[in-house]
Design a protein around this ligand. Sequence first.
Ligand code: HEM
Length: 394
Amino acid sequence: MTRDLATDLLRHGYHAIPDARRRAGDPPACPVKLLGNDALVVSGPASVRRFYDPSLIRRTGAVPAPLAALLFGRGAVHGLDGAEHLHRKAHFLDLLDDADTTLHDLVRRHLRSALGERRGETVEMFTLLSEAYARAVLEWAGISVRNPDRVGRRLAAIVDGFGFSGSSYPTAWAARLWANRWARALIREARAARTPPSTPVEVIAAWRDPHDDLLPVPVAAVELLNVLRPAVAVAYLGTFAVQTLDDEPGLRPVLAEDPSRRHAFTQEVRRVFPFVPALAGIARQHADWDGEIVSPGQRVVLDVPGTNLDPGSWSAPYTFSAERFVGRDVDAFELVPQGGGDPAEGHRCPGEPSTIAMISATVEIFAGASWSVVERGSTYPRIPARERLQIRVG
Ligand code: HEM
């Protein structure tokens, strides 16, 4: 029986794509079976450029419905194409325009107070970060809740299920159903206020489609969650960042002091550590991808970690180098942990500056704080890889 990449992703997690490419002799474009159909796995900056060419690739229907509904929600920006996508995407970019500065300061403040309150205790890093990030993003969004930590844990649970592994998948669905109900109530409440929108939740509640109609409540709710949920999910990368401070304690003084070195360190964390395993698109037309011909309707899968570790782009790609990005410009097609190209023209993540700001703030706090590791472990190669980092707060 032919191997199917979908089954291999479930069974072997992040190993599935590199294994498929190795078995095929590491071609630049690797034919695979995906959900029973022919598909092509592509990697590297030239492929990223083609993957983000909307005349070659569409997104509608590319991510299988059960995964898209769980992770992004029904009607989300992720699955739109053409004018509708550009219109919705412009809303996100406007909303997030200066969110990075605010989120940076809020993450610092919430982490400082969490560490102050937990002095002498043993804490799980992922939980600590997802709670602090939830407090930060809810405050930025203008949402006040009695138990922000619980909201953070539920939003993190949605992301934890996207690899369909074990009990995390049904847990993720329970969290998604709860989150949809909660976010719809927030949208209805914001619309009922009838005041000019000022906070992000009010701004999202007032978003319109290209025909100038308000988005349906369930869609506006899904888009609100498409800001809150990934901001909490920055905890996956934040945990990798803190873990790297444990691996390289000599870096802590410079990272505590120097914002440009924190930025470079954060870029390297985003390059090296796995989170998004792949992105899926559907070919619109016949095209030659490095000698492999794709037909219209065929899935093209962008190998995200493979691009971030591409030996053609990076020297010693598998080595973590805190200095790699010092004084180095980043090309829009070579470093793609959150997608590639221009976020205003394609599907690249609009939350990238916020993500970088939140991780940098985390690095600043943990590089300067007193803590020691109690236990370390990892769920790798399970998707999404979650580091188990228990620390004692000093
Ligand atoms: C761990 C941090 C994050 C990672 C790894 C990440 C990754 C990604 C990736 C891979 C995409 C899809 C790119 C594509 O399909 O071409 C994406 C899209 C998106 N991200 Fe993020 N993201 C993160 C954080 C954020 C944050 C903090 C926000 C908002 C505050 C955000 C909001 C979005 C939205 C709305 C989209 C859909 C864009 C579109 O379809 O046009 N993300 N993200």
